[in-house]
Design a protein around this ligand. Sequence first.
Ligand code: NI
Length: 168
Amino acid sequence: MGILTILEFPDERLRKIAQPVDVVDNSIKTLVEDMFETMYAAQGVGLAATQVNVQKRIIVIDVSENKNEPLCLINPKIVNQLGSAEGNEGCLSVPGFFEPVKRAEQVLVQALDKEGQSFELQAEGLLGVCIQHEIDHLEGKLFVDYLSSLKRQRIKKKLEKIHKAEQR
Ligand code: NI
């Protein structure tokens, strides 16, 4: 078990497309545990494997207030979606920035759980947003991609400045 390093925008590795998980074996289970540990330590509500430089279709989420409702989705697929809603989003890979993004209001998602069992989940509100946001990561997509290029460039420059300062 351990805390993994979270890649930050504009790291090009965040643009890689994740591959489906064939078998949910012990190495996958360990990765899922590490991802939860990393997400909780960073006080996030969701984390995709892409963000820790693993190109596998795995996301972990916990939108509960007491951080006691861990949800793991392996090979998640949105099979239906309804409506649209706009809400402020942030991302552990884009620290310090929160911007409005338009998403489906409700999604029906199919996935495997951390034991490899198939399940379906209907989600709305923060959970619905989070699922869509994390699945985007698996496609190499970030919430800043929904913003104007001017806004995205500003965020990029600010983060690059911070990254440079950290390297000194
Ligand atoms: Ni994110």
